[in-house]
Write a protein that binds this ligand. Structure first.
Ligand SMILES: [Mg+2]
Length: 252
């Protein structure tokens, strides 16, 4: 067991399993950034086209995502209010969250979205007592403007990578350790490409872009429709009834 330090906070309780997860469209049923782009920005048709460009390697997620968010002029506080009214939690996530707390399986959110959005939504969706580490992008005001004025905000990326947030950076802090915990990841879309190959078992949301990517890239995975199936599979692995290799069944 490596010493716990500031770089690897999920090891604080000496867990045997860590669950990394995307947030938008994975913990929630709909993606908050897609919702804003479709309803407040340049619209769904162009957004879906741009996602395809990322999926098939024609454009970087960072550039695609910047363009989407730059098409939104709505003040940031108004965006938060709109999202709080429209984004809902996956029907099985609260149960998984409670189980994870009781069974020492830390959850780490790795998101391409903006941290204040994730925090505001979790306050509503899980209640103000939620306690989950978040590693994500952030929001920043445009020069000379306030976040809460028209055209006043833009995304502040986590790192300099083509992903904006390279999710493999956080996962590799753990996967590179000797005698490390078993690592899981759940995701749904193009913001998850940098994480897809990094954990011991990947849950990919059924019918979404991440499944297409895994099949094209021959990355082992298992599909999920909501967190009830994730919960059952993780419980079975923790109980020793199955293992990560057996559980990677592809489309189920
Ligand atoms: Mg997502």
């Amino acid at each position: 067991m490596a010493p716990t330090n500031r770089e690897t906070p999920a090891l604080r309780t000496n867990p045997k399993f860590i669950f990394f997860t995307d947030f938008d469209g994975t913990v929630t049923t709909a993606d908050s950034n897609d919702f804003m782009t479709d309803n407040l920005g340049f619209g769904k048709a162009k957004r879906v086209e741009s996602n395809k460009g990322v999926l098939f390697g024609h454009v970087h997620f960072r550039d695609s995502f910047q363009e989407m968010l730059d098409s939104i002029n709505t003040p940031f506080n108004e965006c938060l209010d709109i999202l709080k009214k429209n984004i809902v939690l996956d029907p099985g996530f609260a149960e998984f969250y409670n189980w994870s707390r009781e069974n020492n399986v830390p959850i780490v959110i790795l998101s391409g979205g903006m941290e204040p959005v994730i925090r505001a939504l979790l306050d509503i969706l899980l209640g103000p007592w939620w306690d989950i580490q978040i590693v994500s992008n952030d929001v920043t005001s445009r020069e000379g403007k306030d976040l809460n004025e028209k055209g006043g905000w833009t995304i502040k990326f986590h790192d300099d990578s083509i992903h904006g947030h390279d999710k493999s950076i956080e996962i590799r802090k753990y996967s590179s350790l000797p005698n490390r915990p078993t690592l899981f990841y759940a995701g749904d879309g193009v913001s998850d490409l940098s994480a897809a190959k990094e954990t011991d078992l990947l849950f990919a949301k059924a019918d979404k872009d991440l499944v297409t990517y895994c099949e094209n890239e021959k990355v082992p995975f298992v599909t999920f429709r909501d967190w009830t199936t994730i919960t059952q599979t993780v419980k079975d692995i923790v109980a020793g009834k199955t293992n990560v290799q057996e559980a990677a069944k592809g489309r189920i």
